[in-house]
Design a protein around this ligand. Structure first.
Ligand code: F6R
Length: 613
């Protein structure tokens, strides 16, 4: 949450920062601001709303030429979204300006102390407290700004990625992180700092990922990194493999639509080099060193949030069916606070698109402290979770910019499916001939997803009919139960229609009371082991005049006669159905949200990367 960008070098900083903020807008879009430094001084410009509002505001400003600058796009935590609470924040004497992503938990105590010393506060933010706390240390210790930052970091509690500018040092940026991401792009005598690599990729593919408790000082064209204990470290330069086109809309109206349509390729990318069905090979490099632990685990615990948690639920079915190891799927936010019973015989799988989700990171730390082995399934290369876990597999879905997760979900399930098949085979719970059969079918999934996407026009028509509904129910059983949850989440987060997902059989224990002629019910009724039961559930809804939209297997004739609308998807192995059945649900929520005039890529109140508790 919150995106930060900074630049120092020979180019005009402002266009670089504005472009970077637009790329990071998925992290928060409540307000935006920049600070620039030139012979006219250190000036902060900030505005409530999107980066485009800030751009409009800057049109009427002068003296914007600067070779150094910092910028911020905010997802509000402390204080409502307005101009004053927007970043950057100044120190009292306007000598320093700072951008901050994260939360300072002890800001109240620090603020009281600073007020007692005579400091005045204009905003309600913890970030203004943070910069004034640094300022106070600077003023009282006769030290450099860098040293004041270092001393302050020993006292603040919470999460931060910060970048500071000093009016007296026009060639210097000071940055630090703990818990919130910060990437430094190394150009030719110039540096780009950002919350992720997307604002950087256009200028350089050499990056340094700052670690927790590290402070970076870029001065006079040189980068120096020290720990907060003042020990110098050697910056490790990584090569970025991201392509610029992957972070652009490529002719689509929305990133979400592009990402939905990319799924045949993203699933194939995820399997590429790992799955070779013809030769019965399934290789997950990240698992190699931990296969023994995985195979002999007493229990698999999957922890994640939101859509990633839904992927975890699918994995529960997969691991239990193929590998016969008990699985628990935990909301990271609950797991971390309930003193779970854990041991070194537990194998933990943490799933996260962004690799930065604060609750998931905290759950990992907790499990690690109890001796468990942690395996990450993440999309963003170099993000915090892959760097904290013992091992992991990237999903290789490419950058996901739309706030609603789509292609990351199917890529997560693809990795988890490969893990479950491999584990089942190694443990002998999945016989070789069945294993080979499943590998062959898995290889066909990208083309079946391609076929499923062709129902788009029909789904567009269905969306027209239901766009004004006030509530929706999503029902599925077995592997399609998590898909029902995911379909409901997609609809509510981008269209603001209330939607609930349930196991279809649970309907009669309560939700059936909601059904009348106004209630659209989406059934995922593919031909699988619970098909007959789901058909009975459809009858129950029909008897109460509910409107039925059913996702069925191609060629189904039974449900066709009962449902108001059917959406056909290709047949596959029951265990692989979620990879296909989720596609029409993503399309349905997308079309409904567009028809309702909602901002599909940046839904209200949400942010792509949830780096606060
Ligand atoms: C929903 C969505 C969120 C995320 C959740 C976890 O479309 O995107 O529910 O799935 O915030 O995020 P990651 O996967 O980045 O840990």
């Amino acid at each position: 949450m919150c995106g930060i960008v900074a630049y120092v070098g020979q180019q005009d900083a402002l266009p670089i920062i504005i472009k970077g903020l637009k790329r990071l807008e998925y992290r928060g879009y409540d307000s935006a601001g920049v600070a620039l430094l030139n012979p006219n001084g250190l000036t902060v410009y900030k505005k409530k709303g999107k980066v485009s509002e800030l751009e409009n505001h800057l049109l009427s400003q002068e003296n914007l030429l600067s070779k150094i600058g910092i910028g911020h796009t905010r997802w509000a935590t402390h204080g409502e979204p307005n101009d004053v609470n927007a970043h950057p924040h100044y120190s009292s004497n306007d000598q320093f300006a700072m951008i901050h992503n994260g939360i300072i938990e002890n800001y109240d105590v620090l603020k009281t102390d600073l007020i007692n010393k005579g400091y005045k506060f204009h905003s309600e933010t913890d970030s203004e407290v943070f910069i004034k706390f640094i300022e106070d240390i600077y003023a009282n210790n006769d030290c450099s700004l860098e040293e004041a930052v270092r001393l302050a970091l020993h006292k603040v509690v919470g999460a931060y990625a910060i970048v500071l500018m000093n009016k007296e040092e026009p060639d210097t940026l000071i940055a630090a992180r703990k818990g919130s991401p910060l990437v430094i792009g190394v150009g030719d005598n110039e540096y780009f700092l950002a919350s992720d690599a997307t604002p950087i990729i256009e200028y350089t593919n050499q990056v340094v990922y700052l670690d927790d408790y590290e402070i970076a000082v870029i001065r006079d064209g040189k980068l120096q990194i020290k720990t907060i204990e003042n020990v110098e470290t050697n910056p490790y330069i990584n090569q970025l493999e991201m392509e610029l086109e992957a972070i652009e809309k490529g002719g689509y109206e929305h990133f979400m639509l592009k990402e939905i349509n990319e799924q045949p390729r993203s699933i194939a990318d995820c399997m590429r080099g790992r799955l070779d069905a013809q030769n019965g090979r399934l290789v997950l490099g990240g698992l190699r060193d931990y296969m023994n632990k995985f195979q002999n685990a007493d229990r698999i615990i999957i922890t994640a949030c939101g859509t990633s948690w839904h992927a975890g639920l699918v994995a529960e079915y997969l691991f239990e069916e193929f590998a016969r190891i008990p699985v628990e799927v935990e909301y990271a936010s609950e797991f971390r606070y309930r003193n779970p019973v854990l041991s070194d015989k537990d194998f933990i799988i943490a799933i996260s698109q962004s690799g930065e989700t604060a609750d998931t990171l905290a759950a990992i730390e907790l499990a690690k402290s109890k001796g468990a082995t942690i395996f990450g399934v993440c999309n963003v290369v170099g993000s915090s979770i892959p760097r904290t876990t013992h091992a992991g597999s990237y999903t290789h879905a490419g950058p996901e910019i739309g706030v609603a997760s789509t292609k990351a979900f199917t890529a997560q399930i693809s990795v988890l499916t490969m893990m479950a098949l491999k584990l089942g085979y190694k443990r002998g719970t999945l016989p070789e001939n069945r294993y080979m059969q499943l590998l062959s079918e898995l290889e066909t999934i990208p083309s079946k997803v391609e076929r499923a996407l062709k129902m788009n026009d029909k789904i567009h028509e269905i969306a027209k009919e239901y766009k004004d509904a006030r509530n929706f129910l999503y029902l599925g059983r077995g592997y399609n139960f998590p898909v029902a949850l995911e379909g409901a989440l997609k609809l509510k987060e981008i269209s603001y229609i209330h939607a609930e997902g349930y196991p279809a059989a649970e309907m009669k224990h309560g939700p059936i009371a909601l059904i009348d002629e106004e209630m659209p019910v989406v059934f995922i009724a593919t031909k699988d082991s619970s098909y007959e039961k789901v058909v009975s559930n459809i009858q129950e809804v029909k008897a109460r005049k509910g409107k039925i939209i059913a996702v069925v297997t191609e060629g189904d004739t039974v449900v066709k006669n009962m449902a108001d609308h059917v959406i056909e998807i290709p047949a596959t192995e029951e265990a692989f159905v979620p990879l296909i059945s989720v596609i029409p649900l993503q399309q349905l929520s997308y079309h409904i949200a567009v028809m309702r005039g909602c901002n599909v890529d940046q839904p209200r109140n949400l942010a792509k990367s949830v780096t606060v508790e």
